[in-house]
Design a protein around this ligand. Structure first.
Ligand code: NAP
Ligand code: FE
Length: 333
């Protein structure tokens, strides 16, 4: 299961084909997974796999093909299931064996049980209710070298979001905090080169490991407000996932009343303040703007997103929600 080009461009697909050929294992490729994959694509992928008689799946790519592979694995492994079942956790589903090979350094999808799909009927993106961990994850930093600098920048910022949203979280544990602290240290090693987009070999290894370790953390805690706030920008405005998450990170950290978080931002990530972090992120991702009424509607919608609010370590009032949107976005009147 792949996107259109990245599995080939990264060299990962050829490495897998070489292994299959040498072991005489037959294979087929479904290369139609788009960015922010839709439920329709996932259903088509499952149909393709069933028709070919596949008995295991390899997902190669960024979060999009990896998330799609999880949903496809569940649909293929559960007789007579439909896409809707992915959003009903009361229906028992079983996946086919799945191997995940990331070619970006953001989602950590190769180690998480989550899959976020675009639901065109509801005009939004939503994490499926079913959970499925890949059976194996293969991490090769060389597969990131074909990525344009902006993809490394945006996906590394997605990983930063996972680290920050997981660190102080109602579901955080000593284990998840161990992951986030270690992940932040790895992330910080390549931080300055995120500004220029001129990466060295070690950066790929550090960002890929940071992203996977952040994935282990969010497997325990889930993500919080910046992710919830990002989905509108991605779905309605086409802003890439990491860029959309990064838009809200500084105002989230600023609003979070836990000293421990800002201490880690300073001591491990090396930002002197949330203001410096905001400037750093804006130098990479710029600032998005939306009509004021849409921004205010988003703030209202955030207050009814029970799942993400349950993952937020502090009580969010309407005033706070509006001010986080106003600090993060330019409102057009
Ligand atoms: P992506 O949507 O998978 O890929 C973005 C673009 O980068 C695609 O055009 C892709 O090409 C290209 N690309 C990927 N790897 C490349 C490489 N090595 N060289 C050249 N081009 C490459 O990006 P992503 O940011 O990794 O994933 C975002 C998705 O993951 C979103 O749907 C997001 O909601 C989800 N997500 C999931 C989790 C989770 O826990 N499961 C967490 C956060 C986000 P192709 O189209 O050819 O593949
Ligand atoms: Fe994310």
């Amino acid at each position: 299961m792949t996107g259109k080009h990245s599995a080939v461009a990264s060299g990962a697909q050829k490495d897998i084909f070489d292994v299959f050929d040498s072991l005489k294992i037959p294979y087929d490729v479904f290369s139609q997974v788009e960015e922010n994959p839709s439920l329709d694509t996932v259903e088509r992928g499952a149909y393709f796999g069933l028709e070919k008689g596949a008995d295991f799946i390899i997902g190669i790519g960024g979060g999009s093909p990896l998330d799609a592979s999880k949903a496809i694995s569940l649909l293929m492994g559960t007789k007579e299931s439909t896409g809707k079942d992915l959003y009903n956790k009361d229906i028992p589903m079983k996946g086919l064996p799945l191997i995940a090979i990331p070619t970006t350094c953001g989602t950590g999808s190769e180690v998480t049980p989550y899959a976020i799909l675009s639901l065109h009927e509801q005009k939004t993106k939503k994490g499926m209710s079913q959970r499925l961990f890949p059976n194996l994850a293969f991490l090769d930093p060389g597969y990131l070298e074909s990525a344009p600098p902006s993809l490394i920048q945006y996906t590394a910022i997605d990983a930063l979001g996972h680290l920050l949203e997981s660190y102080i979280n109602p579901h955080a544990s000593l284990y998840s905090k161990m992951c986030t602290e270690y992940g932040m240290g790895l992330w910080a090693k390549g931080k300055e080169r995120l500004l220029t987009g001129h990466f060295i070999k070690e950066d790929y290894e550090h960002f890929l490991a940071a992203s996977s370790i952040a994935g282990m953390a969010i497997s325990h805690t889930g993500t919080s407000l910046p992710h919830a706030m990002s989905y509108y920008l991605t779905y309605q405005k086409g802003v890439p996932h990491g860029k959309a998450v990064g838009t809200f990170l500084a105002s989230y950290v600023k609003a979070c009343p836990y000293k421990e978080l800002i201490e880690k931002v300073e001591s491990i990530l090396g930002f002197s303040s949330t203001g410096e972090m905001k400037d750093f992120l804006e130098r990479i991702i710029g600032r998005s703007s939306i009509p004021e009424e849409e921004g205010l509607a988003c703030a209202k919608a955030l207050l009814s997103n029970r799942e993400k609010l349950a993952n937020c370590p502090f009580q969010v009032t309407e005033e706070m929600a509006v001010s986080m949107y106003k600090e993060s976005l330019d409102f057009i009147r």
